[in-house]
Design a protein around this ligand. Structure first.
Ligand SMILES: O=P(O)(O)O[C@H]1O[C@H](CO)[C@@H](O)[C@H]1O
Ligand SMILES: O=c1cc[nH]c(=O)[nH]1
Length: 232
């Protein structure tokens, strides 16, 4: 048992899917996993372990933002020996050719978070995806005929920005979309020498203003889940 996860040692698999939304974790477990146990209800941040096509896999909600995912990633790695951490998140598009429900694989994560500046005495650290998980995801997507895009994403500390066209500068530098956790996840995984990858489904567009509902974000991003379940 760790501070934020009440699982017993051995109850969490080596590979864990990480949605921000704990109800998306519940939906993934109920939809895809067999022989499921719920190992965590602390703070209602649900965690489950089951099997997918015979392979043992867990799914753990992380909450929103770099501090929250950093806590769960740290405890999963140091208290439960997790080796593969795969975020399955939603994101807002920064590019006109990245549409609602497109899937983006985060090769790297820029960030407005101050955490790494503090950690590296003002220098920039470049949080990057694990190469093997990245290649596995590309292969799995190809086999399933699911189109994916890949590139730099922004992990923002703000969901609601004060500036209307805040996204434009990131967009000009080929950042594909915005979410709130990947830079933290990639940094914590690197620190502990384990593997991390973020798969993101576009839930809204900063370019067109279109958006999906909360329920759609919870239960309909299936292509991303089907790729993620093959990894590790
Ligand atoms: O859908 P999740 O995984 O929570 O990800 C995105 O959605 C939340 C904001 O609505 C942030 O956590 C952001 O990163
Ligand atoms: O962090 C996020 C997630 C989805 N959409 C956004 O605009 N921001």
């Amino acid at each position: 048992m760790s501070i934020h996860i009440e699982a017993k040692k051995g109850e969490i698999a080596e590979t864990v899917l990480l949605p921000g939304d704990p109800l998306r974790a519940k939906w993934i477990a109920e939809t895809y996993l067999e022989d499921v146990i719920c190992y965590n209800k602390v703070r209602n941040m649900f965690g489950y372990t089951g099997t997918y096509r015979g392979k043992r896999i867990s799914v753990q909600g992380t909450g929103m933002g770099v501090p929250s995912i950093s806590i769960y990633a740290h405890e999963l790695i140091t208290d439960y020996d997790v080796k593969n951490l795969i975020r399955v998140g939603s994101a807002g598009s920064y590019q006109k050719d990245i549409k609602l429900r497109d899937i983006v694989i985060a090769m790297a994560a820029s960030s407005t978070s101050g955490v790494n500046r503090a950690r590296f005495n003002g220098a920039d650290f470049a949080p990057t995806a694990d190469f093997d998980l990245f290649m596995q995801a590309v292969e799995a997507a190809k086999e399933k005929g699911i189109p994916v895009k890949a590139g730099n994403v922004l992990s923002s500390d703000e969901f609601y920005s004060d500036e209307f066209d805040f996204y434009q500068n990131w967009s000009n530098f080929k950042v594909l979309c915005v979410e709130m956790e990947t830079s933290g996840l990639y940094t914590i995984a690197a620190k502990h020498n384990v593997n991390a990858l973020s798969l993101l489904t576009i839930s809204d567009s900063l370019v067109t203003g279109e958006r999906t509902t909360a329920e759609e974000r919870e239960t309909t991003f299936k292509g991303m889940m089907e790729i993620a379940l093959e990894l590790g």
